[in-house]
Write a protein that binds this ligand. Structure first.
Ligand SMILES: Cc1cc2nc3c(=O)[nH]c(=O)nc-3n(C[C@H](O)[C@H](O)[C@H](O)COP(=O)(O)O)c2cc1C
Length: 213
């Protein structure tokens, strides 16, 4: 199958691109409107942009409440979605009218942040407090996407999922986004461990390339 992506219809291109770049992490973003309304929405066009400086990026299609709030108040929290919060996360993706908070609809509560005014979601075990840094607009065919970059100013991790200086993925069980309506889970049985190979070890042929569970 060879696909001429440039000549595709918008919707088909969206389906193709979100079907082939998988699995994607989900940023469950809390923002605050100028009137104090708390907003929550998921974004899977999301990743680490840099660790020095610590910057996370997410892409908002159109001028949604999330990007409007971020550019107005310049603060937001990226909450990580555990599998058990999948349904609540999906409820927050409903297009509620501006000024109506998604949190009570999804049975969620807010918890105060340490360095910023915008709160996180209590039911998420990882809260990443961000300050707006920059935005890149990508425009074509009358559509506009907004790549929002934010400096990470504080991170909160629930002690229950943190052990010996690392995240216990089997306890966090982060939800991953696939194409269409599909998601994927991470659990003890799906974990795979594979160390990076130093060139010197490779040259001497003393490495095992086999992943371990
Ligand atoms: C798992 C998931 C991932 C999503 N990822 C994105 C995304 O990366 N970019 C985007 O613009 N919308 C994305 N959406 C749709 C938004 O969450 C949805 O439009 C939401 O209503 C936006 O909320 P807001 O208007 O309060 O900002 C996603 C929805 C779901 C369920």
């Amino acid at each position: 199958m060879e696909i001429e992506i440039q000549s595709m219809e918008k919707r088909d291109r969206y389906l193709l691109m979100t079907n082939i770049v998988v699995p994607r992490p989900i940023a469950w973003v809390t923002t605050m409107g100028a009137d104090g309304t708390l907003n929550a929405a998921p974004f899977s066009f999301f990743n680490v942009m840099s660790t020095t400086p610590p910057v996370l990026g997410l892409c908002v299609d159109g001028w949604k409440d999330t990007v409007r709030h971020i550019t107005e108040t310049r603060e937001y929290v990226i909450n990580i979605v555990p599998e058990e919060m999948a349904e609540a996360m999906n409820i927050t993706a409903i297009e509620f009218p501006p000024g109506e908070s998604e949190l009570p609809h999804a049975g969620l509560t807010a918890c105060p942040s340490r360095k910023i005014r915008v709160p996180g979601i209590s039911q998420s075990p990882i809260h990443i407090e961000c300050r707006y840094r920059d935005m890149i607009k990508l425009a074509a065919d009358g559509a506009e996407s907004h790549w929002v970059m934010g400096d990470v100013v504080h991170v909160h991790i629930d002690d229950a999922i943190w052990e010996d200086g690392r995240i216990r993925y089997d306890r966090l069980k982060p939800l991953g986004r696939l194409g269409g309506s599909w998601y994927t889970r991470v659990g003890e049985e799906t974990l795979l461990r594979m160390k990076r190979i130093p060139y010197s070890d490779w040259k001497e042929g003393k490495v095992s390339t086999r992943p371990s569970g």
